[in-house]
Design a binder for this molecule. Sequence first.
Ligand SMILES: C[S@@+](CC[C@H](N)C(=O)[O-])C[C@H]1O[C@@H](n2cnc3c(N)ncnc32)[C@H](O)[C@@H]1O
Length: 314
Amino acid sequence: MPPEILSGRILLVEDSQYVKKEQTPSFCNYDQSDYQSAFWGDGKRAYEDQSEQIALERLLPESGNLMLEIGAGAGRNTLRYTGYKKVVLVDYALTQMQQAQERLGKSERFRYVAADVYHLPFADNVFDGATMIRVLHHLSDIDPAIREIKRVLQKNSVFILEFANKRNLKAIFRYLTGKQDWSPFTEEKVEFVELNFDNHPSAVQKTLASHGFNVQKKLAVSNLRIGSLKKEQNLDWMLRIESILQILNSGFLLSPSVFLKSILVEHEGPARINEFFRCPNCGSGELKESPSSVECIACGKVYPIVDGIYDFRL
Ligand SMILES: C[S@@+](CC[C@H](N)C(=O)[O-])C[C@H]1O[C@@H](n2cnc3c(N)ncnc32)[C@H](O)[C@@H]1O
């Protein structure tokens, strides 16, 4: 089942300096979607999956305390965060979190949270690392998402962001031969299918910079994404070439997927000591947790805990 489209929910947060009373930007809802098996199943995207593994090995720090994986889906990448003591998986789709829990288990090392990136249910300065892989292309407005990610990160945290690259070789070729009307060279994003956006590398990097992230490393990823080549018998040599191209092409960034490693160098947000969750509805950190729910003392909103998965969706 394809993901459905979410739009137009009104935020009722009044007292936060970060989240204003405004419309939540639209994004894709993967609840009830069979994305994991339909998209990744039977090894049909083994090349992309392992290209991402190579990229993550190059970008992840050797160690860390608490990693936030945003839009984690069914946890395809989670076991790759080997250096981190704990990982908090967030996805708007409860069913994706359920699949992740089935895959990774109910372990002390993992915590599963259904929430939306525009309203993360965490206190300020909680995490020392974050990733967001294959999610940015579903966000209709990337700026408030990056601002919210910054809020929950500590200063000097690592943030690894993947995005679908508008300025890729195929798009350039199609544009220059008249098969595509939009320019891959201009910075505005392009919506190629409803709520599927390709972003331009300069635009993404400018947004990161505007929120205090310093891009330290760039990798061009999935350089050989060519349907006719992607066969099991080709996988080894394709990955060897991919590994070289990730770095060779990193100055030009003409690949369909780009990974950026940033460090959060500017962070003026106040630390909230000893708080982990905060209410995404009113911003309060005064929460009362029971085995089946978390209740906000300030606004009274109750968030269920479903079989160990925190459901903080507004
Ligand atoms: C293409 S899947 C990628 C999943 C995973 N990162 C991976 O690479 O396998 C995109 C995921 O982002 C999630 N997502 C989309 N918009 C979101 C939002 N606003 N907040 C949280 N998750 C979101 C979807 O529910 C979906 O699970």
